[in-house]
Ligand binder design. Structure first.
Ligand code: PGA
Ligand code: ZN
Length: 415
């Protein structure tokens, strides 16, 4: 077994210009580099990204306590994760920061793969390799966009009929372009502004925005010859006013209580034939999620992000309560690759669909592409355009090419 010879960290920029951490690990004949992303609509139950004082404090702790403990250890992310959890000593990485932890974990896995002369996706231990479908954001609002944009955070598309990843990725890009054309038509003052993930941020309400996206999906589906379906990330915790117990749609001047919110989302799913809905209810509302899933779970993926935060205890509770049929997987919500893999395994064993995901503040790190392939996530949510988004998409194009004849798109459940 190779051993860790050196480990270092630096402060780098994320796509919003905020500081984040990048880690380099060396061992055996290999070197691995990985960076952690940052969220804008973070779940309350996620691990802490950085301790008070920010990235500099994480880096100082790496130098003072983490590095001495890890140099000489096995070059194996599982072992490293155990040491990190012991060193940190809290349940949520409050001391060293989950972003430092996850960057070390990912850099270790990449260094180990590099030492073996293999791409990371081949070293994750699952025999079956399949390519995920790209789920991407073409229009957005909420916490990811400026004034006057829709209240709903993300209007998503997924090319469910694609036979190859490269065709899927380009189909999404075509929809993104067509959506812009429609927006220019709908609003002569549309300036071409985009939100944090490269999705257009127009001055439209939710239903008008959905109509535009659905029409673009239908048209491009006809042109490319396979089906592209719409979806949403409501990011409902961002709309929820705890004090009033209501969802506040400020652009539309409407409030909805929990029951009205369920009815509203059911109506959107039925009217627009949505394939996917993420965070339709706020992050504590397991009951509302269960109600919605029992109503529409046979025709739509109901996915929890802030509800589950890639945490096995919360996913287990969700499974017991029938709260969803899909789960967002963000490695930095849990702080380790071991935790990430456990969340995916638990979801799959219970017939849930794991969706590997980027964050709104990203870097050009492409690790999640390998995790999605190697751990068999049938969907990857990683935007459509923009350097930090295409870093993941282009890596999947390379992986598909490398797999050649053996490459096959994942199976989506019977939605
Ligand atoms: P983030 O969330 O801004 O916290 O990355 C994106 C999402 O809600 O999926
Ligand atoms: Zn989300």
């Amino acid at each position: 077994m190779d051993r860790i010879e050196s480990i270092s960290a630096r402060k780098i920029l994320d796509s919003r210009g905020n500081p984040t951490v990048e880690v380099e690990v060396r061992g055996g004949k290999g070197v691995g580099r990985a960076a952690a992303p940052g969220g804008a609509s973070r779940g309350k139950h996620e691990v802490i990204a950085f301790p008070p004082g920010g990235v500099e404090v994480s880096i100082r702790l790496l130098e003072e306590t983490v590095r001495p403990a890890l140099v000489g250890e096995e070059l194996d992310f599982k072992r490293v994760d155990t040491v990190l959890r012991e060193l940190d000593g809290t349940s949520n990485f409050a001391k060293i920061g989950g972003n430092l932890a996850v960057a070390i974990s990912m850099a270790t896995a990449k260094a180990s793969a590099s030492s073996r002369g293999l791409p990371l996706f081949r070293c994750l231990g699952e025999g079956v390799v399949c390519i995920p479908f790209p789920l991407g954001n073409v229009l957005g609002g909420g916490a990811h966009a400026g004034r006057n944009a829709p209240d709903i955070q993300e209007f998503l598309i997924i090319p469910v009929g694609a036979k190859k990843f490269i065709d899927a990725a380009f189909a999404n890009a075509r929809v993104h372009r067509r959506v812009r054309e429609y927006l220019e038509f709908e609003d002569e003052r549309f300036s071409g502004g985009k939100g944090d993930e490269g999705a257009w941020a127009p001055n439209l309400d939710n239903s008008k925005a959905l109509e535009v996206v659905v029409r673009a999906c239908e048209e491009i589906s006809g042109e490319v010859g396979f089906q592209i379906r719409p979806g949403l990330d409501v990011a409902a915790s961002e709309l929820y006013d705890e004090r009033r117990g209501k969802y506040v749609y400020s652009r539309e001047g409407v409030t909805r209580d929990g029951g009205e919110q369920v009815d509203y989302v059911v109506d959107l799913i039925r009217t627009y034939k949505l394939f996917y809905v993420e965070d339709p209810l706020h992050q504590e509302d397991f009951k509302g999620f269960s109600e919605l899933t029992s109503k529409v779970g046979d025709r739509c993926l109901v996915c929890g992000d802030d509800l589950f935060v890639t945490n096995v205890d919360r996913i287990r509770r969700g499974v017991e309560e029938g709260a969803a049929n899909a789960v967002i997987v963000k490695p930095n919500q849990v702080g380790t690759l071991s935790g990430t893999s456990a969340a995916i395994g638990l979801a799959k064993r219970n017939g849930w669909l794991p969706v590997m995901s980027h964050r709104s503040g990203e870097t050009t790190d492409e690790t999640i592409s390998h995790l999605a392939v190697g751990w068999g996530c049938p969907i990857i949510k990683t935007g459509v355009v923009g350097g930090e988004r295409i870093a993941k998409l282009n890596e999947l194009i390379r992986i598909e090419e490398e797999l050649g004849e053996k490459a096959g798109m994942a199976k989506l459940q019977n939605i």
